[in-house]
Ligand binder design. Structure first.
Ligand SMILES: [Zn+2]
Length: 688
């Protein structure tokens, strides 16, 4: 999976308290029919499970959290019963080698892993447990072939693992049946139900690729999924092992907990990556697209045995995503990304917080980026051909099984005479980041050499570097040009003015963006150049430029607002919400419409909108102190939102707002108008 904030520590898989069960029984297939009850937020299911006994036993179990067994097939073969977190199958004298099948029905109100929204239902298994909605095995070491059928209302689309074999109409809705051919770990089981359409592609190797989208986003399909086929074909060739599953689907879901998740054959990703052509320049889906696809091999085909092998999934997915990006954006981009992560890893290491790649409690930065660096250095050490051969052998030998780090290393040693012991020490065991080795590797890029020449000017007085910065800003490289702009910040504007002119004239989107983001006071001499930023194909630039211009040139506010009217911006409506806010406080601007603008802005705090939209709306409502019963109610609901980061900022905001006496009174009487969960939280802060 890809997480947004690398600083947060990563949730590891289950501590394997019950690992011994994999020695007693091997679950072979689970066929499940699932009915989500949207109103009640519960699930009814039927399960038909087949398993092979490995060691004589009288009872075995599946994981199942708070599940009620409603009825089981009366064949008296098994006594099936549920406890708080397990479903037990009891039968005297099961012998090693016996294969059994049995079935039962269950009901559950999932506390997590399965999320219900107004317009969508989706699951997230990794870091949660699939056993919250589906009896399965929390331990990643038992791979099962899952065939899922889902019942959904007739107007909805269902996406799940494997191949859709059949849609059956029923008087109340439709049953969607999916078939898997191969086994996988339970955390990779997933489904999504919503209003989706799809665009179909076929890979060079003939794999069907389905790109899902909401009907309202039909114009964003091309930029959102740009390069998808190229990425797929590239990775399949680069990895050297054919894509191992029947098809590949990608689905943007609302309020997703992470950036993306590599459910087998069905990657789910955050709706925030659904962009138009302008948004594509600022935040595109390419990296996450490639990362989750790489997991279909590294993680799904071969799966880590335990937490200390986690880099075999995240390090590999990060590294192969980087290779896919190199294929699209070129060598400079590749080295730039490596340089960026080397800086972060070095900073962490210099603080004494470096982590071994094999530490099961390491941070995302270590698992993902240090893991990618380890592979980059390994490939340099043993050569591209050996590296590719080792990876190929490793995947083929362990396909549909679990692996540890030693399994990979054995395959490396088998294809090369190059000694890798020192590499193992430096990159796997060592907690410090090998910054000097990384630096030497980066210097192989002539672009990085040029970048270092410019960044090393930082310490020099302006007069000594003026000429070099001017050169860097004339026909600039994206990254070197930005570096030059940032070196202008603390210098007197009388000196830097001609260089800013160069930056504007470069017509480089990212260099101009660097000016927008770093120039705090706009000198009169640069006003017209700065105004031209409103035409740039970047919502990051536009948001900053509109705000700065509105602040610094009050006499032209109406002109700026007219120019940016009707622009939404990113999925979180960053431009629209800023525009509404500025319009509301611009005296004399569209007075007749002000009431509608206010209503629109307040409405964006409502639960029907994604948390990204709501988060921004709360900021502006708070900025203008426009709280009322409705927006306070929406804020109270936000404090118990499943996306914990949003819930956390909402709690902080509510705790802040409640300090105001006026709002305190209003919040006190909200209790009966919000959900039970929200009321519970309100109660806890009002008492304090
Ligand atoms: Zn990942």
């Amino acid at each position: 999976m890809v997480k947004y904030f690398l600083a947060f520590s990563f949730f590891l898989f289950s501590i394997q308290l019950f690992a011994q069960q994999t020695d007693v029984v091997d679950f072979l297939t689970i066929k499940a029919s699932i009915t989500p009850n949207i109103k009640e937020k519960t699930v009814n299911g039927g399960l038909w499970v087949t398993f092979k006994i490995l060691k004589d036993a009288d009872s075995i179990y599946l994981d199942g959290k708070n599940m009620k067994i409603i009825q089981h097939h009366i064949n008296y073969d098994f006594y099936i019963t549920s406890t708080e977190d397990k479903i037990w199958f009891k039968r005297r004298g099961m012998k090693a080698g016996d294969i059994f099948s049995t079935q039962f029905m269950f009901e559950v109100a999932p506390k997590q892993t399965l999320y219900f929204y107004e317009d969508q239902i989706w699951t997230q298994g990794q870091g949660k447990y699939t056993s919250h909605w589906l009896p399965s095995i929390d331990d990643v070491n038992d791979k099962i072939e899952f065939d899922i059928s889902l019942f959904a209302p007739g107007n909805k689309t269902v996406i799940a693992n494997g191949k859709l074999t059949d849609i059956e109409n029923d008087s109340h809705g439709q049953i969607w049946r999916f078939d898997m051919k191969e086994p996988m770990s339970s955390y990779l089981v997933a489904f999504a139900i919503g209003d989706f359409r799809k665009k179909d592609l076929i890979s060079n190797s003939g794999i069907p690729i389905e790109l899902y989208y909401k009907p309202s986003d039909s114009l964003k399909v091309e930029p959102t999924y740009r390069y998808s086929k190229q990425i797929f074909d590239f990775l399949e060739t680069e990895i050297g092992v054919p894509y191992p599953w029947q098809n590949y689907k990608q689905v943007p879901v609302r309020d997703f907990l992470y950036a993306g998740m590599e459910n087998t054959t069905a990657t789910f990703f955050s709706e925030a990556f659904v962009v138009d052509s302008t948004g594509f320049n600022d935040r595109n889906y390419i990296n996450v697209n490639a990362h989750e696809l790489a997991h279909q091999w590294f993680g799904n085909l071969v799966t880590e045995k335990a937490g200390e092998d986690h880099w075999l999934q995240e390090g590999f997915a990060t590294y192969y995503a980087l290779l896919a990006e190199r294929d699209i954006f070129g060598e400079d981009y590749y080295y730039w990304q490596l340089y960026q992560t080397a800086e972060q890893l070095k900073a962490m290491s210099d603080e004494g917080k470096g982590e071994s790649l094999l530490n099961p409690k390491a941070s995302s930065l270590t698992f993902y980026q240090k893991g990618a660096w380890a592979l980059h250095i390994l490939k340099e050490l043993i050569g591209e051909d050996s590296f590719k051969l080792a990876v190929e052998n490793y995947l083929l030998k362990y396909q549909f099984y679990n692996v540890n780090t030693e399994d990979f290393l054995e395959e490396v040693r088998a294809v090369t005479y190059v000694e890798i012991t020192q590499w193992e020490e430096d990159w796997l065991y060592q907690s410090a980041f090998k910054a000097e080795q990384a630096y030497q590797s980066l210097l192989k890029s002539s672009f990085i050499n040029k970048y270092f020449e410019v960044s090393s000017l930082r310490a020099l007085p302006f007069s000594d570097k003026k000429l070099q910065l001017k050169t860097a800003l004339t026909f600039p490289n994206d990254f070197i040009g930005q570096e030059a702009v940032y070196q202008l910040v603390d210098e007197p504007i009388s000196e830097t003015l001609p260089l800013y002119k160069n930056a504007f004239e470069s017509n480089n989107l990212y260099v101009r963006q660097a000016v927008a983001l770093s120039l705090q006071t706009i000198p009169k001499e640069l006003q017209s150049e700065y105004e031209s930023l409103l035409n740039d194909d970047s919502y990051v630039t536009l948001e900053t430029a509109l705000y700065q211009l509105w602040m610094q040139f009050p006499e032209k506010r109406v002109e700026y607002l007219n120019k940016t009217k009707g622009v939404d911006g990113f999925q979180n409506k960053n431009i629209r919400q800023l525009w509404l806010t500025l319009s509301l406080i611009t005296e004399g601007y569209e007075n007749a419409e002000k009431e509608n603008y206010l209503k629109e802005l307040k409405n964006y705090t409502a639960t029907e909108y994604s948390f990204e939209i709501r988060e921004k709306a709360f900021e502006y409502i708070n900025e203008l102190q426009l709280w009322d019963i409705e927006t306070l109610k929406n804020l109270a609901e936000a404090t118990v939102h499943p996306t914990w980061r949003f819930a956390k900022t909402s709690k902080e905001l509510l705790n802040n707002v409640i300090q105001n006496k006026k709002y305190h009174e209003q919040i006190k009487i909200l209790g009966r108008q919000v959900s039970e969960k929200a009321a519970f939280y309100l109660n806890s802060i009002i008492k304090e």
